[in-house]
Design a protein around this ligand. Sequence first.
Ligand code: KIV
Length: 275
Amino acid sequence: MPQTLYGGTRNRRVTVRDLALAKERGEKWPMLTAYDAMTASVFDEAGIPVLLVGDSMGNCHLGYETTVPVTMDEVAMLTAAVVRGTERALVVADLPFGSYQESGVQALRSATRLVKEAGAQAVKLEGGERSADQIGLLVRSGIPVMAHVGLTPQSVHTMGYRVQGRGEEAAHQLMRDAKAVQDAGAFAVVLEMAPAPLAAEVTRVLHIPTVGIGAGHECDAQVLVWTDMAGLTPGRLPRFVKQYAALRSTLGEAARAFAEDVVEGAYPAAEHSFE
Ligand code: KIV
């Protein structure tokens, strides 16, 4: 009996080979972002096989407006925390903007730090054809790479946040990008905000798993930013997000109940106090 990725064996970490075998079996799998040890341990215990220490930490954890200001130090520190909080999940660390675009050597130096110092088992970087050289060098150096095409948030200032791959030429470019990262050796590719039929076609053509976010249900895997998935992110969310909890209101209610107890003298009660 093959071990399934979701709900499968817990005696070792998930590997990139497990993901390749899941694609062969036609098994879909979930991926979530994580930015700290405690949240990561919850997702690990829930059986999420792949956790991404995404540069979405910029918007969701560090208070920046975009992912652009995120630094290597920030990714390294949060990746180490997520690795410490997990036993089974494959931990993928995002290479932040400016840490790999310059050259393969720069990409290798940055990725090596995330693997050696922070303990990541793989890295992710944005870009299709334009990042193929970097991906090739990392993979030849022994670092598994997850690629990311379609909408690439680090390019927000040129691309905006809109669906990619619409129209014939854009669809061809997205397909070329996906093939380029596969040919360069990526073990999986994130497809962000692409039309569902195009993402389905890419998923059929590629032999590596596609991880969709706003790319329809036919991708091999699906990823969401955990604060979106759990209802902690404030404001209007992208159409592709489904909220599975309402953490923002739950936490807010807990904070208000604590505050009222303190103000009224109801906390701490006798059972919370020492003789
Ligand atoms: O940084 C991130 O969280 C991501 C996912 C949205 C794929 O890149």
